[in-house]
Design a protein around this ligand. Sequence first.
Ligand SMILES: NC(=O)c1ccc[n+]([C@@H]2O[C@H](COP(=O)([O-])OP(=O)(O)OC[C@H]3O[C@@H](n4cnc5c(N)ncnc54)[C@H](O)[C@@H]3O)[C@@H](O)[C@H]2O)c1
Length: 319
Amino acid sequence: MKKDKILVIGACGQIGVELTLALRKMYGDNNVVASDLREEHELLRGSGPYVSLDVMNKEMLHVLVIRHNITQVYLLAAILSATGEKNPLLAWHINMQSLLNVLDIAKEEGLDKVYWPSSIAVFGPDSPKEATPQHTVIEPTTIYGISKFAGERWCEYYNHRYGVDVRSLRYPGLISYKSAPGGGTTDYAVEIYHEALEEGTYKCFLSESTYLPMMYMPDAIRATIELMEADSARISVRSSYNLSGMSFSPKEIAGAIQQRLPDFTISYEPDYRQQIAEGWPKSIDDSLAAKDWGWKPEFDLEKMTDDMLKNLKVQKNMQ
Ligand SMILES: NC(=O)c1ccc[n+]([C@@H]2O[C@H](COP(=O)([O-])OP(=O)(O)OC[C@H]3O[C@@H](n4cnc5c(N)ncnc54)[C@H](O)[C@@H]3O)[C@@H](O)[C@H]2O)c1
């Protein structure tokens, strides 16, 4: 077991629950402190220490870091893309201030490592759509994307200026069955599996041919841990790495479900999220992550669909 003591902020969210459980397996249950504004998630209960924390309260955060002898922080609390468009100033405030609080405490306390996720939302309508490169036009048009891009610059700044070992990934849309998604534009790719099993039909809020970069949660958790475990000398990007898993449209994911559930039907009623999706890449070039720390995704649409349906059936007592 390693001696590190980890704080996960936003541990009850879509990524936080699974990441906390994975970190507890690696580092020991008591060495991973989960925290969130919300009540403790049922999947975390009994698996290790939990504290209620508002990351916006820098003093409380600082006390927590000192009291628990924290050496690494994973900051997952954020307002996501679709929710952010409803309240842009709040999204900016929370997404920026939470990161600045963590980076500054990391600097002051000399923390070993910080993890903070960015997103494909940093890219905008003028970025290349296919195999979007690591370094390219970055002109986000959503407040979420603007806050993630600014956050990337802050991460690089704290690394270059103060030596904070901060690492980051530009996650694509994440698909999982354990914890619910938190208000993103790619949430449809989770909802569709639930509705396919429960209702046999799904009304999609994106149009049928909207391609977006996506990733199955086990790949996202593995990427996060592999990045954080990599030798610091191999991390050439201190803003945020492009990361790719798969790319598909609503029509294609519906087709994959229909192969397994032939009666499933889908209809399309695009809403305000269509415009957000249209500003984003269709696929991502993550060759730098592959080169620097050996990233390789495992799940494609077929493998993910098999796994999602199998696990959701168990979860819904449908077997
Ligand atoms: N899920 C995705 O598809 C996706 C894609 C790209 C990037 N990301 C990024 O990954 C991170 C985690 O995303 P997620 O999908 O798990 O989000 P989520 O919304 O599911 O979870 C975020 C968690 O943070 C908590 N939180 C919010 N404000 C807080 C505060 N002030 N103090 C403490 N906790 C607070 C929430 O209660 C929630 O449990 C975010 O930075 C997000 O931008 C997610």
